[in-house]
Design a protein around this ligand. Structure first.
Ligand SMILES: C[S@@+](CC[C@H](N)C(=O)[O-])C[C@H]1O[C@@H](n2cnc3c(N)ncnc32)[C@H](O)[C@@H]1O
Length: 327
């Protein structure tokens, strides 16, 4: 997440009309169920880091509630790392819950998974224990329509141990690369401020720390700690290019979604014949060009082109293909 991204995201207007947005909200469960029909348990990786980030999950005999559990990528590591915990889990996708229940690890006798919509009234009736020690919400709040998030927080509060229950939330931050892509695509994908429709009909909200804090404080919680994790994907990609000269030497490279950082382009220019760097956002393209000019010699820049390429836009794509032939 970068400050530049913040600047780029400010002025994007909402583009999905209200009736269509309501329809996506009404059918949210359908789209997630379809997502799991297509991906089964292959999409998300097991969340093996949760107990390190939140040691309370290792408490002896903890009753844990994992809401929006998907196919159990948090559930099974939690059972593994805390052999004395009982994990309740729910998701509104019946297919996801079937996959959790079909996993051999579910047979340990310390888990109970049920289909439930966490935005509904009393969604946790399947939880026999009303005294949950800790509730985990891993990339789930972002899938909820913003005006229903408060109901979710209140629902969670209702099953936690009074005065001692905790919530561990991990979710997308404003300025995430995926948000930049969603806000710069040619398709109409913005539902509301920081809330977007993905191609598969599922939705994603990108939080500021302030928005997340306010949501929980308004629902009776106080915050123990909050952190924004920043990983520069461009840094890792540049390192990879520099480490593999044989793959890139003499090649013509098309870079998609460059953003405003020239790092990847500059790394590629070390070995490649030419690089065409593209982004769907006009402001990002202008900044990228400026950053390149400030950071590379004329001789190097002559082998680079910078172009606007909104995703899925055939007109721009043909212009671009012509440009690649000219470099
Ligand atoms: C990005 S996935 C994360 C899954 C899981 N927490 C993990 O760590 O892999 C978001 C999950 O939230 C679920 N979800 C979205 N809205 C929900 C709702 N209103 N009630 C219950 N589950 C919901 C989706 O079905 C999906 O499985």
């Amino acid at each position: 997440m970068t400050q530049t991204a913040d600047l780029l995201l400010l002025d994007t207007p909402e583009t999905v009309d209200a009736a269509a947005a309501d329809d996506y909200d009404r059918r949210a469960g359908h789209f997630w169920d379809k997502f799991y029909r297509n991906t089964q348990n292959r999409f998300f990786k097991d969340r093996n880091y949760l107990h390190r980030e939140c040691p309370h999950l290792l408490k002896e005999g903890a009753n844990i509630l994992e809401v929006g559990c998907g196919v159990g990528n948090a559930v099974f590591p939690l059972l593994d790392y805390n052999p004395t915990a009982f994990v309740y889990a729910c998701d509104f996708s019946p297919r996801a819950i079937q996959l959790v229940q079909a996993d051999h690890r579910y047979g340990c006798g310390r888990a109970k998974a049920a289909v439930s919509d966490i935005t509904a009234a009393s969604p946790f009736e399947f939880v026999d224990q009303t005294q949950i020690d800790i509730c985990t919400m891993i990339f789930v709040l972002s899938a909820i329509q913003p005006d229903r998030m408060r109901q979710v927080a209140l629902n969670v509060a209702s099953v936690l141990k009074p005065g001692a229950g905790r919530v561990y939330v991990r979710d997308y931050a404003r300025g995430d690369l995926a948000q930049q892509r969603l806000s710069s695509t040619a398709r109409q994908q913005k539902l509301a401020a920081d809330f977007y429709l993905r191609m598969d009909g599922t939705r994603a909200y990108y939080f500021t720390e302030e928005a997340l804090l306010q949501l929980f404080e308004d629902s009776g919680f106080c915050c123990e700690s909050i952190t924004t994790i920043e990983r520069q994907a461009s840094r890792a990609m540049a390192a990879l290019i520099l480490a593999c000269p044989a793959v890139f030497t003499g090649a013509t490279v098309l870079e998609l979604g460059s953003g405003s950082s020239p790092l990847v382009t500059l790394a590629a220019l070390r070995h490649c014949r030419s690089v065409v760097a593209t982004d769907g956002n006009p402001a990002a393209v202008q900044l990228l060009l400026r950053n390149l000019c400030l950071n590379a010699s004329r001789v190097v820049i002559e082998r680079a082109r910078v172009a606007l390429l909104p995703w899925g836009d055939a007109k721009h794509l043909s212009k671009l293909l012509l440009m690649i032939r000219l470099v």
